[in-house]
Design a binder for this molecule. Structure first.
Ligand code: BTN
Length: 263
């Protein structure tokens, strides 16, 4: 009988043969983080590394990525280092498109690159630059039936949204979508973002170099920045130095927020 590992490797090899950007798929039976595996550290542009079981995934800003071991898709793509804002945008659009292919419905993108449904996070992206290339880590919640504690109100999965799909199908859709989006023109990516923009119209708290800024998001230009209506008037927050601390719900920890890059 074909093992799950062989099934993944065979299918992903076939996808590599037909996508423009990805030529090599590495499947690991288990790893702590696809960002940190030696197979990723030693790989070159055009490779992606995935695993049947990620046990200590990393999120943005040093957070954990709780992907419940074998219920999610965890993958790191090694690509040429394009400008960060473009990589962020292309990755978010690709993750959204892969989720939509499974759900048969549109999802939202919460700037800069969280895929959300009903305000809950379905997928996340972590981009790191190393030695002249970029490592794009994408996690998608697929088969989780529930999340515990604080995550219960903040996270969702394709299963919770009503779709029981195989992780390999989600990953296959993602590889094809990312190969497309990384070669798409900027204006097409911006349009693809804007129709899914989940932040506009919401109240949010931002970390900026000048300290926390709170207000209603009037518009988002994913490559440049956001216009926010605050108590003291409209402010433009540049993408390069702004991150979302809280949005669409209770705003907390305003005073303790560090300034963080939007990656
Ligand atoms: C975030 O939303 O904070 C980003 C989450 C990124 C998670 C993915 S899963 C694959 C890759 N390996 C990791 O350890 N992290 C990324």
């Amino acid at each position: 009988m074909t093992s799950e590992f062989d099934l993944w490797q065979t299918r992903l090899d076939a996808i590599c043969a037909r996508t423009a950007l990805f030529r090599r798929a590495v499947v690991l039976p288990e790893t702590r983080s696809t960002q940190d595996a030696s197979e990723t550290r030693n790989a070159s542009v055009g490779t992606f590394v995935t695993t049947l079981r990620q046990t200590a995934g990393r999120g943005r800003f040093g957070r954990n990525w709780a992907d419940t071991a074998d219920a999610g898709v965890a993958v790191t793509f090694l690509v040429d280092a394009q400008p960060t804002e473009r990589l962020v945008l292309a990755s978010a659009v690709a993750a959204a498109e892969a989720c939509e292919a499974m759900l048969g419905a549109m999802v939202g993108i919460k700037w800069p690159n969280d895929v959300v449904v009903g305000g809950r996070k379905l997928a996340g992206v972590l981009i790191e630059r190393r030695d002249g290339l970029a490592a794009i880590g994408i996690g998608i919640n697929v088969a989780q039936r529930a999340f515990e504690d604080e995550l219960a109100t903040r996270a969702t999965s394709l299963a919770i949204e009503g779709r029981d799909v195989a992780r390999l199908d989600v990953l296959s859709a993602l590889v094809e979508a990312l190969s497309r989006s990384l070669t798409a023109p900027d204006d097409a990516l911006v349009q693809a973002f804007l129709v899914r923009d989940a932040l506009r119209g919401n109240r949010a708290l931002f970390a900026t170099p000048d300290g926390p800024v709170e207000g209603e998001v009037r518009s988002v230009d994913p490559m440049r920045g956001l216009v926010v209506r605050t108590e003291s008037g409209e402010r433009f927050l540049p993408a390069v130095s702004t991150s979302v601390a809280e949005w669409g719900g209770v705003v907390r920890r305003a005073a303790a927020l560090p300034t963080q890059s939007p990656e």
